[in-house]
Design a protein around this ligand. Structure first.
Ligand code: PPS
Ligand code: MG
Ligand code: MG
Ligand code: MG
Length: 393
């Protein structure tokens, strides 16, 4: 009898593992989404100059640094800074240059504007506003380099920054890795439209929606936070918290599942918008060979992972140019959410992505293939093999 109770307790314990981490991560991503929405509105209305260029010419904004500072601060506050190790995309180099005072001021303002709302999201905020030094510390504390052992968070504060500055799709991605395995993933997708057909309205999305509807109408509703815990067999989305609401877990969460379509002729395939990030010509050849008939859905950011997880598309492929090394923060959260929603994510050799080798997905074979089901996935892997040698990648 005693043994049976022990066993019941143990089997109950497994699903609850990481529940505090998930709870805090979802609330922190909810807050980050609301921060991003405010900054994106100010970019679109051009009331401020918040976009900078990084050394590789990719964009970075007040939102990227502000989300990194905010999430880092919230995680440290919730779990104790000595217990929190974070791998994240941004650093403070640009911000400490003499001509960055205005930018840094905007970031401190944005972070404090966000943290003051922490109690509404059920988290503790700072007693007084963070000072510039506190904000810089929070950003630069995200200096973990990952690896095979122990526990660390992985944060892409704004994924798809190009989409973000263009008023289009972007994501906030937070994952927890333990001993090389992604154990939970949270993906905030603030512009994900209520009607999936609108996902393909690149650039024009805001303008189209605002012309068709008033901001108070139901169809203006957009955005969610998706999340999953490894091994739970469940993935969820919950709506973004509105300005007048108080967060109550699980905030009207709904389970999500991948699509059941396994006929390539009916499947929708998504890929990055920029040709520089993934070869459109290689995938065009593949798509033809497999019999995928629908036009590719080109969407910025890890929103593509969310689209597969919630059954709005069936395939996501990314084939970066030779020599480009994929970073773990661009994939960790999305991979676990698709897997728990019932999908399959591997490299082009059929191996699981390896998150245990530091900040890069070392050893990645050619590209990334995410599918709603094993049959489609198998067909694509075979087609990649068949056409790889004749490609120029
Ligand atoms: N050359 C190259 N090749 C492949 N990937 C690259 C490359 N350069 C950047 N990146 C990373 O791509 C992230 C954006 O990926 P997306 O799928 O959103 O691409 S796209 O913007 O839709 O084209 C983007 O993430 P963010 O920087 O967070 O936006 C980068 O990490
Ligand atoms: Mg990214
Ligand atoms: Mg980013
Ligand atoms: Mg970037």
């Amino acid at each position: 009898m005693e043994d049976q109770r022990d066993m019941d307790f143990q089997s109950c314990e497994i699903p609850d593992k990481y529940s505090k981490e998930l709870d805090v991560a979802v609330r922190a991503v909810q807050m980050a989404c609301s921060l991003c929405q405010r900054v994106q509105e100010s970019i679109i209305s051009k009331t401020s100059d918040v976009v900078q260029s990084k050394e590789d010419n990719s964009p970075v904004t007040v939102a990227d640094w502000s989300v990194q500072a905010t999430v880092s601060w919230l995680l440290s506050e919730s779990f104790g800074s000595e217990n929190v190790s974070i791998v994240a995309e941004e650093d403070v180099q640009t911000l400490t240059k003499a001509d960055s005072a205005g930018l840094l001021e905007a970031i401190v303002r944005t972070v404090n504007r966000c943290l003051v709302e922490a109690p509404r999201f059920g988290l503790k905020g700072p007693e007084t506003g963070l000072r510039t030094l506190d904000v810089l510390k929070s950003i630069s504390r995200c200096n973990s380099i990952g690896g095979p052992s122990g526990r660390f968070w992985v944060l892409d504060p704004v994924d798809g920054t190009l989409g973000f500055v263009r008023g289009d799709q972007y994501a906030v991605a937070l994952a927890l890795i333990e001993d090389g395995e992604v154990v939970l993933g949270v993906l905030g997708c603030p512009n994900y439209p209520l009607k999936k057909e609108w996902l393909s309205y690149q650039h024009r999305y805001y303008r189209i929606v605002s012309k068709l509807t008033s901001p108070t109408s139901e169809s203006w509703d957009k955005g969610f936070v998706a999340y999953a815990r490894k091994g739970s067999g469940e993935a969820w989305t919950q709506p973004l918290l509105k300005d007048d609401q108080v967060f109550v877990w699980p905030n009207s969460a709904m389970p999500i599942k991948v699509s059941s379509i396994d006929n390539p002729a009916l499947a929708t395939f998504c890929e990055p918008v920029e040709k520089a990030n993934s070869s459109h010509s290689f995938t065009a050849g593949l798509v033809h060979g497999i019999g995928l008939r629908n036009q590719p859905l080109r969407v910025y950011s890890m929103v593509k992972y969310a689209a597969i997880a919630r059954g709005d598309a069936e395939v996501f492929m990314k084939f970066a140019r030779a020599g480009y090394k994929e970073k773990i923060w661009d994939h960790a959260a999305g991979v676990v959410i698709i897997q728990e929603a019932g999908g399959v994510v591997t490299d082009a050799g059929g191996c699981l992505l390896d998150f245990s080798k530091g900040i890069y997905l070392e050893g990645l074979d050619r590209g990334i293939i995410a599918c709603s089901g094993a049959d489609l996935h198998d067909k694509i892997i075979k087609a990649v093999d068949a056409s790889w040698n004749s490609s120029s990648l």
